[in-house]
Write a protein that binds this ligand. Structure first.
Ligand SMILES: [Mn+2]
Length: 414
């Protein structure tokens, strides 16, 4: 018996396009990831599909999203594949909502407000789940699921937040669950949705977040896809399948001194972007930060950053590239240069002085406050200090790039 676990499809939700040319692909990427799930089910003869929530991005999804799911369900039904959905915080089970009105079809179960278990007697399985009752579900639903009857293998399908699981930024703790409870409970599999990073939190029983099959933006980077599970007697094998049409990558390179040529830099970026191969074509978008001293500072600084980005993007075969070189600088000794009485020396000395002087930093903070983004204004004081220091470091890089003369006559510090 093969089982496909895919979560957080967010059909109808946005996918960021870094490039205008990328907009058509980005607009279709979520729906296309669902088509790939169906195709994967066909190729690998999947008997059971588990979709633990946030199938739709909103409780009232747009037409395109509804059509995409209907088409997928029709295809699964035709294959004789059973499908279970346990609605999450983005697509809760609401009275008069999309799930209540969804036509019931053979082999398709939408878990509702009451915890429910469905017996698949031929396969010896018990599939249990329930829906979020609102966009802010606060109960621990994992403790409400009906346990499998004796002799049945229990599969739990749930949209839930496990506090300790690695997640990008803050994740709202809807339907909070405790990993230890899942591990000591009666289910052989916890098929979880909510956190968009694929991860295995337990082996016996198997506790899996499928992640999302398609990231929404550069912050949702890395491999995105679904788990293909093979149930053989009591053993459960899990294989991650990468299938996002558009893959986002995030790379910071701040050890650039060893890279002497542009080709070496490109090779290093390629190495940093390595992702598992997918059975389907994928386009790649990269956020790249190049920081610190680099022997390539001249060739990277010779043109407008947009022109440099365009050349790198072409060479790397990327669909989109967001390039940040604000902290890139020449391999010069800033501390020694700061002793000089010229414009560069004075500038570097002043920047170094402010970075170490809490009073000066507070004054800078006050000056900038009016023009800050609300997110930055809300930062706790210590984090805001650190952020201001990073701005000073960028300013130092800019000063070095603009005013350092290299190893010429008028420079004795290189
Ligand atoms: Mn969610």
């Amino acid at each position: 018996m093969r089982i496909l676990l895919a979560a957080d499809l967010h059909l109808g939700g946005p996918v960021a396009a870094l490039d205008e040319a990328l907009e058509p692909l980005a607009a279709q990427a979520k729906a296309q990831s669902l088509e790939r799930l169906v195709e994967l089910s066909r190729r690998r003869e999947v008997g059971l599909v588990l979709l633990p929530g946030d199938v739709f991005h909103t409780p009232e999804p747009p037409l395109g999203a509804v059509l995409a799911l209907q088409k997928a369900l029709a295809a699964w039904s035709e294959m004789g594949t059973r499908v279970f959905i346990a609605p999450g915080n983005h697509d809760p089970w609401l009275t008069g909502g999309v799930w209540e009105k969804w036509p019931s079809t053979e082999g398709f179960t939408i878990f509702g407000l009451e915890a429910q278990g469905v017996e698949l007697a031929d396969d010896g399985l018990w599939v249990a789940g329930m829906a979020h009752a609102s966009e802010r579900e606060s109960r621990d639903l994992s403790q409400l699921l009906p346990p499998p009857p004796p002799g049945r293998t229990g599969l739990a399908v749930l949209h839930a937040n496990i506090a300790g699981a690695p997640k990008p930024g803050d994740h709202e703790p809807y339907a909070p669950a405790v990993l230890q409870n899942l591990l000591s409970g009666p289910f052989a599999l916890w098929a979880l949705g909510h956190i968009h990073i694929p991860q295995e939190l337990g082996q016996h029983p198997r506790v899996l977040y499928a992640g999302t099959p398609q990231g929404a933006h550069l912050g949702e980077n890395g491999p995105k896809g679904a788990y293909l599970l093979e149930l053989n007697g009591g053993a459960l094998r899990a294989e991650f399948i990468s299938l996002a049409p558009l893959v986002f990558h995030d790379l910071v390179l701040d050890d650039l001194m060893g890279l002497e040529t542009p080709a070496a830099l490109v090779a290093r970026v390629r190495q940093g972007m390595q992702a598992p191969a997918s059975p389907w074509p994928q386009e790649h978008c990269l956020r790249l930060k190049l920081a610190g001293p680099s022997p390539l500072w001249r060739v990277l600084g010779r043109e407008e950053p947009s022109a440099v980005a365009a050349s790198l993007k072409r060479e790397l075969g990327l669909a989109g590239l967001a390039l940040d070189m604000n902290s890139l600088c020449p391999p010069a000794d800033a501390q020694a240069l700061a002793q000089r009485p010229d414009v560069l020396g004075r500038t570097l000395a002043l920047l170094a002085q402010v970075a170490e002087d809490d009073k000066a930093l507070a004054a800078l903070d006050e000056q900038l406050a009016k023009s800050l983004h609300p997110d930055q204004r809300r930062l706790p004081p210590e984090e805001r200090r650190a952020w201001l220091r990073s701005l000073l470091a960028e300013a130092r890089s800019l000063a070095l790039r603009g005013l350092w003369q290299g190893q010429g006559d008028n420079n004795d510090a290189a």
